[in-house]
Write a protein that binds this ligand. Structure first.
Ligand code: NAD
Length: 294
């Protein structure tokens, strides 16, 4: 069993850290919010007063933070965590952030002989609690071997995407495609309904035809078609519009940095921002169907 420091115990990090405790690891946690730490303490973790205290003598540091600036703040600089670690610790940042910050932290870690991976996740809060997340990892093959051992206690599918930053790129590609096929699925269903089709029957037809996709298969955006989908529960998340807007912004930056003319991805970003501005930020991302009602 490993010694693990877990930094960032929010909606995702909290349940992920609990799964590590449940798997028998010695977990020390830190979050800026004392309540989040207290919750983990109840689950069996130790609580540290600072990130540096949490990381002392551990095999792994795992972080799950909101954005690139938080990750840079935790790891980089004279007061950052990297300066306090040695090569015996592996650092896994599971936050969804911009690829340049992941590369910067990866390079700083490499200079100090510390193994680093960006390992953003797909799956959301339910998968974090169930321990069924997918991890998309960017880092060296050696670090990936070490990472797999611990990530397996929080997830089901663990992929090595490439060097540092590659996990963030994979996540950006995936979520851009998710946004595009979700919007496409809402348009197809609404068009069918306005022409007298039953959305359930149309969904069955498209599922057995070439329009089949994940949104249709497990996350049908039309209310009443799929029991258990957010659409059938007043679009309670699920995966919030605010997070999709964040991810599409990160995907857009990747596209621009690499000179890709991603017109569909760009349009998906515009539509989701407009839906967010309409007061839907905290609703599930499949509620983008309602843009078609206006
Ligand atoms: P959250 O806001 O619920 O949690 C973030 C936590 O980090 C908070 O508890 C905050 O106090 C803590 N924090 C911030 N700065 C800190 C610091 N310097 N030191 C210690 N703790 C600090 O966010 P979340 O929903 O858990 O998401 C975390 C990451 O996972 C984000 O990058 C998000 O994009 C990604 N993600 C979220 C989901 C989801 O469905 N929520 C799904 C996939 C990926």
């Amino acid at each position: 069993m490993a010694k693990v420091a877990f930094i960032g115990l929010g909606n995702m990090g909290g349940p992920m850290a609990k799964n590590l405790v449940a798997a028998g690891h010695a977990v020390t946690v830190f979050d800026l919010m004392p309540e989040a730490c207290a919750d983990l303490q109840q689950a069996g973790a130790s609580v540290a007063a600072t990130t540096a205290d949490a990381a002392e003598g551990v095999d792994y540091v795992i972080s799950m933070l909101p954005a690139g600036k938080h990750v840079a703040g935790v790891y980089l600089g004279d007061d950052g965590l990297l300066a306090k670690l040695d090569g015996s610790t592996t650092v896994l940042d599971c936050s969804t952030i911009d690829a340049p910050t992941s590369r910067e932290v990866g390079e700083a870690a490499a200079k100090l002989g510390i193994g680093f991976m960006d390992a953003p996740v797909s799956g959301g809060v339910a998968a974090a609690a169930a321990g069924t997340l997918a991890f998309m990892c960017g880092g060296s093959a050696d670090t990936f071997e070490k990472a797999k051992v611990i990530l397996a206690d929080m997830g089901k599918n663990i992929f090595h995407a490439g060097p540092p930053g590659a996990g963030q790129v994979a996540k950006g590609c995936n979520n851009m495609l998710l946004a595009i096929h979700m919007i496409g699925t809402t348009e197809a269903l609404e068009m069918g309904v306005r022409n007298g089709l039953d959305p359930k029957v149309l969904s069955e037809i498209m599922l057995a035809s070439s329009g089949r996709n994940w949104s249709l298969e497990v996350y049908n955006p039309y209310p009443g078609v799929m029991e258990g989908a957010p659409a059938s529960n007043d679009y309670k998340p699920g995966f919030m519009v605010d997070l999709m807007v964040k991810d599409l912004g990160l995907a857009q930056a990747i596209a621009e940095d690499s000179g890709v003319a991603n017109r569909m991805g760009q349009l998906a970003g515009e539509l989701y921002r407009s839906h967010q501005e309409g007061g839907n930020g905290q609703r599930d991302f499949s509620s983008v169907l309602e843009l078609l009602k206006d």
